[in-house]
Structure formats: structure tokens, C-alpha cells
Write a protein that binds this ligand. Structure first.
Ligand code: 13P
Length: 257
């Protein structure tokens, strides 16, 4: 069985003080060894402080994006070396908000994924269709294009080197999550695509998260699906109680298996 991975994408939320408060709460709630990987992705400004707090815990540190170069004249950007320096282990790449508002393309996603892997950062590669694309019947072709172009020429040594997040754009921040059946249908397809790229053994072990309006009341039915190996949580990860509850429910669900 694949070890579930629950990540909180805080997006552009939390001052340093607020971030410290939230992560201290999380740390208090998760002191036991658990069969779940927990990742928090604060804004860059809080990475250092959050990283120090979780150093001696099982919570891992993630960033929300990065540039592919190690250094250079790229005003406003952050490099993989800078992230490594702060103890970052995961990096979200190709989030739909980056694609929609900041000109991210499959080509830049591909460069970032390769750079992340080279620097031993685990990319969380986001893919997913918009509502218009779904209604047009293009969900599978869009997801295929995202996966194949984002991962062209990518070599991984082991399944844990890469995480994929299926985030249908119409489910992000809308309160309308994909049904477990809808998510599983696409995530099963993503696993087939990963098999073509990396072979069966590696593809079987790659974790595929679902993201889009994940809450305590819907996580259990989602995580019970075969190809849903965790969640990338936005809004509900900003609140200590709801993020804690999501993790607890995943724990309960896997104990039942
Ligand atoms: P919400 O959970 O707020 O819908 O956001 C999902 C997301 O974009 C996580 O990356």
C-alpha cells in the first residue's frame, strides 16, 4: 500500500506570526509516529521559522513554487538552492493558479521538475482541467497533455521521488469537490500514463493526491479510492482544527484497511 501524503498549501496566507501559531498547533497534535506523510507549504516568508519549529517533528516542509536555475538575475524568484538551505523537502510545481495568473506553462513546469529532482527536492506536480474543458469532454486529453509534457525526459530513481496532484480547477476554492468516482476515474488514468513513462513498478508506487475543496467531511470517501493516495489541501489547511481533523480521518481510514 502507498503511504498517504497530506499536504497543506497555504497559498498567499499567514504572516510569520500566524504561521508560527498554526504550525506549533500542528506539532502539538502530531507527536506520534504516523503512517502518513504530513507536509506544510507556507509562503516563502515563513519557510525559515516554520522549518525550525518542525525540525524535530514528523511534519515536513514544502514550498509553493521555485525557479529552475540555481542563481541569477531573476528578480523576485527563489532558487532550489535557497529552498534546500531552509530544509525544504517538497515543492509544489505547476499549480493551476501559477498557470492561470503567472504564465506557468508545461514547458516551465518540466524545467522546474527536472531541477527539483536534481536538487533532491520532491516535486508535487499539479495537473487538472478547467470546467470548460471538462464540459467539452477534454478532461483526459488535458490531463494527458499536462502529465506527458511536464514529465518529458524526467528520470526518477524511486517512486517516492515524485508526487502528482490531480486538482480539477473547477473544484479549487469553490466548495464543490470532485466526487470520489470522478477523481478516481482521472487518477487511475494518471497512473496508466505514469506506467507508460516510468514502467509499472515505479508507477505503482508514485503517490497521486487529490486537491480541490478537500474538507474533514469529504476526505474519508476520497482516500478510500484505490488511486487517491492523499490530498493537497488549500483553504482547510489554514485552520488548525480542520487540517488536524483531515489527517485524523485519513489515519482512521487506513487503519480500517
Ligand atoms: P482548496 O482546498 O482551497 O480548494 O484549494 C485546493 C488547492 O488548490 C490546493 O493546492
Amino acid at each position: 500500500m502507498r503511504k498517504p501524503i497530506i499536504a497543506g498549501n497555504w497559498k498567499m496566507h499567514k504572516t510569520v506570526r500566524e504561521a508560527i501559531e498554526l504550525v506549533n498547533g500542528l506539532k502539538r497534535n502530531f507527536f506520534d509516529e504516523m503512517e502518513i506523510d504530513i507536509v506544510v507549504c507556507p509562503p516563502y516568508t515563513a519557510l525559515s521559522e516554520v522549518g525550525e519549529i518542525i525540525q524535530d517533528s514528523q511534519i515536513r516542509l514544502g514550498a509553493q513554487d521555485m525557479h529552475w536555475e540555481e542563481r541569477g538575475a531573476f528578480t523576485g524568484e527563489i532558487s532550489p538552492l535557497m529552498l534546500k538551505d531552509l530544509g525544504v523537502e517538497y515543492v509544489i510545481i505547476g499549480h493551476s493558479e501559477r498557470r492561470q495568473f503567472f504564465g506557468e506553462t508545461n514547458e516551465t513546469v518540466n524545467k522546474k521538475v527536472k531541477s527539483a529532482l536534481k536538487h533532491k527536492l520532491i516535486p508535487i506536480v499539479c495537473v487538472g482541467e478547467t470546467l470548460v474543458e471538462r464540459e467539452r469532454g477534454d478532461t483526459f486529453s488535458v490531463v494527458r497533455e499536462h502529465i506527458e509534457n511536464a514529465l518529458v525526459g524526467v528520470v526518477i530513481e524511486k517512486p517516492r521521488d515524485l508526487v502528482v496532484a490531480y486538482e480539477p480547477v473547477w473544484a479549487i476554492g469553490t466548495g464543490v469537490n470532485a466526487t470520489p468516482e470522478q477523481a478516481e476515474e482521472v487518477q487511475g488514468y494518471i497512473r496508466e500514463l505514469l506506467m507508460n513513462l516510468f514502467g509499472e513498478e515505479i508507477a505503482e508506487g508514485i503517490r497521486i493526491q487529490y486537491g480541490g475543496s478537500v474538507r474533514p467531511d469529504n476526505i474519508e470517501e476520497l482516500i478510500n479510492e484505490k488511486n487517491i493516495d492523499g490530498a493537497l489541501v488549500g483553504g482547510a489547511s489554514l485552520d488548525l482544527n480542520s487540517f488536524t481533523e483531515i489527517i485524523r480521518r485519513v489515519e482512521t481510514a487506513i487503519r480500517k484497511h
